[in-house]
Design a binder for this molecule. Structure first.
Ligand SMILES: [Zn+2]
Ligand SMILES: [Zn+2]
Length: 231
């Protein structure tokens, strides 16, 4: 069971102190956050009906730029960079407060986080949801590779709102895009796929796309972003 005292101590954390007071003066209590976290991180059933309504995600306007700056030395060497987005939940809204850049191994078209326990420690200590991930395509456009789709599946299984941000600095038409797997179409294709490495996926039979642009993102000037670079 989660230690309520530990949660009380770390909530609200310094990372979220920029937040304006909730409109009705009633913030989500620490125990409510803990319960929500437990419920979402440990889904007790396969009931997909709870996944259809997506909570909005607020994130800093500077997130992509800050990440690109942190990635720049890799980008000039044509190596990908990846990061994990930590968000805290208040009044049914996610606020991305933390960008974790883990130790990692990369090529020009892949990136693998190392020491994932260091990521989980930060998320746990600050009671943050893994609300998605961000990575660069240093020399390609923004799209989701088959490996990216499998990575995104694991995030969306944990948190239905989870997003994949692909930053493509060399693509002049779209510098970044924010994706998620279509649900249930893309999610069920990835659930059944056992292949590894780069491989083709069949398209959903109903004409839907396997992944889609996200519409539940709100960019904010006022959100502070803490960057935890573990490299
Ligand atoms: Zn990718
Ligand atoms: Zn696959």
């Amino acid at each position: 069971m989660t230690d309520v005292h530990a949660v009380t101590k770390s909530f609200p954390s310094p990372g979220v102190s920029f937040l304006q007071p909730p409109p009705h003066g009633t913030g989500t209590s620490p125990s409510a956050v803990t319960n929500a976290l437990d419920a979402q991180l440990n889904p007790s059933s396969d009931d997909q009906s709870t996944c259809k309504y997506l909570k909005n995600i607020h994130m800093s306007e500077r997130l992509m730029e800050d990440f690109l700056n942190a990635a720049s030395s890799n980008t000039t060497k044509d190596l990908e960079t990846c990061g994990v987005l930590g968000a805290f939940l208040n009044n049914e809204t996610f606020y991305v407060t933390t960008l974790i850049i883990p130790k990692q191994e990369a090529t020009s078209n892949s990136c693998q986080a190392l020491k994932e326990e260091e990521i989980h420690a930060i998320l746990n200590d600050e009671t943050l949801f893994p609300i998605g991930w961000i990575h660069t395509h240093p020399s390609q456009s923004s799209f989701m590779s088959s490996i990216d789709l499998h990575t995104q599946y694991t995030y969306q299984m944990m948190v239905p709102e989870a997003v994949a941000i692909v930053v493509a600095p060399s693509d002049d038409s779209r510098k970044y895009e924010i994706f998620r797997l279509s649900d249930p179409e893309g999610m069920s294709i990835l659930k059944e796929c056992k292949e590894t490495g780069f491989h083709p996926h069949k398209e959903p039979t109903n004409g839907a796309s396997i992944y889609e642009d996200c519409s539940h993102i709100i960019f904010s000037q006022n959100l502070r972003l803490e960057i935890c670079d573990l490299r």
